[in-house]
Design a protein around this ligand. Sequence first.
Ligand SMILES: Nc1nc2c(ncn2[C@@H]2O[C@H](COP(=O)(O)OP(=O)(O)OP(=O)(O)O)[C@@H](O)[C@H]2O)c(=O)[nH]1
Ligand SMILES: [Mg+2]
Length: 224
Amino acid sequence: MPWIILIIDTVRDNDISNGTEESFVRAVRRPRLYPKLARTRLKLCLVGDRGVGKTSLIRSYVLKEYDNRYVQTVGSRVYRKRVGVRVSDQKLGVLADLELWDITGEKGLASILREAYFHGASGIIAVCDASRRETLHELDFWLDSALRIMKNVSMEIAVNKADIPRRQIRPRDVDMVARAYNAPYLFVSARTGENVEAAYAGLIIGIVRQRVTRRARVPAPPAV
Ligand SMILES: Nc1nc2c(ncn2[C@@H]2O[C@H](COP(=O)(O)OP(=O)(O)OP(=O)(O)O)[C@@H](O)[C@H]2O)c(=O)[nH]1
Ligand SMILES: [Mg+2]
């Protein structure tokens, strides 16, 4: 039986500093604790109905910006961000280059282009709007679309607009969908920033853990 113990955490934004490769490597690596460094690329897609806040959640995470105005996304747009993940028990620092795909909420267009949108994706964040119950039920459409293209994709549900007092979606409503897709969920708000980092971190850590685990399987030590 293989045995693996992993403890992983993300590098906080403060650690990441403002972008030079050297400072970033220093932050992830902490040479004495993490002497090994690996690089990886992750494509993450945000999906969900029109107006649920996909663009806002990406802009909040990548640019630390929020805008009250609604500008519909036509087609798709790709944003990039680099994050660090520390895999403690392997003494490994991983630099992950993220491609964040902001995908139209128009179902017709998304169906036609789903091959292009989801091909090569490692993770899906399925977004619904806490103030519109129907957007939760429509996640079936979005998650099924992604699963038709990528069978082994990690999924997470983000119930956005958690700052709005009149919520139409309760945790137990999300439970059922989350269980059906084996996807964790979080209530988040692009407006206040609540749980935004946590939502991305949870998904990214899970994917990096899978990749490292696949590469690092070692035989069990002999019984003593
Ligand atoms: N109260 C509140 N409003 C939000 C939040 N996130 C987004 N919005 C607002 O909801 C509207 C739609 O947000 P978008 O990010 O454009 O939604 P989208 O999912 O990208 O929409 P499409 O591109 O049409 O698919 C905008 O007016 C945002 O300001 C949030 O967390 N709380
Ligand atoms: Mg959009």
